[in-house]
Design a protein around this ligand. Sequence first.
Ligand SMILES: *Cc1c(COP(=O)(O)O)cnc(C)c1O
Length: 374
Amino acid sequence: MYSKETTCVHNQQQQQGVNTPIFTSTANRYMGYDEILYPRNFNTENQNAIVDKLCRLEQGEAGMIFSSGMAAIATVLFSFLKAGDHVLFSQEIYGGTVKLIEEEFPKYNIAFDFVSSADIASVESLVRENTRIIYTETPSNPLLSVVDLEAVSAVARKHSLISVVDNTFATPINQNPILLGIDIVVHSGTKYLGGHHDLCFGAIVTSHRLKEIIYQSALNFGGSLNGLDCYLVERSLKTLALRVEKQNASAMKIAAALQENPEIATVYYPGLQQHPNHEVAARQMKGGFGGMLSFELEDVEKTEAFLNRLQLIIPALSLGGVDTTICQPSKSSHANLPEEERLALGIRDSLLRLSVGIEDAADLLKDIETAMKS
Ligand SMILES: *Cc1c(COP(=O)(O)O)cnc(C)c1O
């Protein structure tokens, strides 16, 4: 087996070209062929090339690629659930996933609980007779809490639950949930895997057995990715390790510097010794602590002016790309939450979430410090 850097670059498939040829055909000859080739059958060469690479990066047996992260997440959940089932979710998960659960599950009589994943003991006490899935995300958005994945997988195994982890923030370069006993990894490829703010896709990696179940539902839900975008994903993956390693290093530098800055009240970054889950993070994020960090200005009144004064860093939604972006979760990703709920999650107006890109870390830091001072 090769290192992740090498795996990102090289395809295992034997083909003449260094890159997989773009295959866009939706009508394909069937006579004399065993398999019906069709994009929504998730079986084109472009789809297979990406899946093969992601499986090797995530150390899983099988995978699939989807047209968005939400298509991947919705397909995984609905392929295992039926009326009367119950699911445990951690509290701090992606807003779109929360919306899916709260708006769709009641229509199908699927019950759920949101629990603080920091407290694995309380998670176990909420497992019911009909609980089927335990679903978490680490590091979380936007406070970068770290969930102990070995503890989650232990609870899942004990109660025969399917464990699912959204590994979007960590990327397979930094963290491999399957090696920690997790059953299914999901990704919003729109973020780090794509990495250039120009692609929307999702992915899953799991065992052969679970993939077969997900695959049968995926054929019905139809969230496949087209050949042209697959080609761009394949190109993006070649630089994934390179990008993430740079983002890890820059985020660490920026987090450490911001922590010393008197204008800043708190920094949230799992790589800092002071982070409440640093020990767990160091144990399970073997590749690095990621490119996401959050911080709060000492003076909340200055937040908007600070964002306006940034010259280099772009106030924008989404994350994980080569350009550094920043957002104020209370006014963007979490704006629809009632204030009370938002504050209960620890998301105050003063909180800013930074997605560190691949620019020079010193330039980024200077941009932040200048905007804070003036
Ligand atoms: C963006 C995101 C998603 C949703 O992915 P889309 O590609 O936008 O559908 C899911 N999980 C996390 C952690 C995300 O950041």
